[in-house]
Write a protein of this length. Structure first.
Length: 74
């Protein structure tokens, strides 16, 4: 799975520093928005032909890792 995360890039000069897929101007949030609007993986790939199936997996993994962190109670 760590190889999947290599597909997610962050460049401060691209898309306002937001995480993107393989250096393209396709943000992780764009992919997640398509999933949230009800599209499945095959529909997203048809909508964005520059993406690959592993890119979609990488976006989900990236988001999950961003959200899954402990919160310390004080």
């Amino acid at each position: 799975m760590p190889n999947l995360l290599e597909r997610i890039t962050v460049n401060p000069r691209q898309c306002g520093g937001r995480p993107c897929v393989r250096g393209m101007r396709i943000r992780v949030s764009d992919v997640l928005d398509l999933y949230a609007s009800g599209l499945d993986a095959s529909q997203i790939l048809a909508e964005m032909p520059d993406l690959e199936a592993d890119d979609l997996k990488a976006c989900i993994l990236f988001a999950r890792r961003r959200l899954d962190h402990p919160v310390l109670a004080v």
